[in-house]
Design a protein around this ligand. Sequence first.
Ligand code: HEC
Length: 125
Amino acid sequence: MNQCWRDLAISFALICSTNAVAQADSLTGEQLYDIACSACHSLAHTPDHHIGPPLGGLLDRPAGAVEGYRYSEALRNSSWRWSLPTLVAWLADPDTAIPNNAMNYVNPMTAEETQRLGEWLLGES
Ligand code: HEC
């Protein structure tokens, strides 16, 4: 498959798996994280092979602060700090929250699911 078809196939896979999220009320924060975030993020504390920065120790961490990860300038200079309200705002609409960021993500979750995922992630990491 050439790159374009591969990207398309991945997009469809994401759309399908995220529709499943919208239908199931009973998913835990951890399950939501596995479906919606783990393709691009790990819960490590140092950069690894994932596309996104590691999310370990996220609570109260300044945005764009993991040493060795190449953030967009927008995120690095945002002066955001991660808490439940900032994380929920970021996930609800990353492009409005921090314009020109490099997280290519559209939130398929309800507000309630986003909150549940955020609580789990900040408690876990
Ligand atoms: C398609 C890949 C992708 C998906 C899916 C994704 N992210 Fe990201 N995320 C990124 C990238 C890339 C960045 C770095 C953005 C930048 O530098 O502007 C990022 C940045 C972040 C940051 C900022 C971290 C820091 O160190 O400041 C948080 C928090 C975050 N993502 C949470 C999530 C959560 C929670 C989910 C699931 C709901 C998610 N992301 C889904 C790719 C993704």
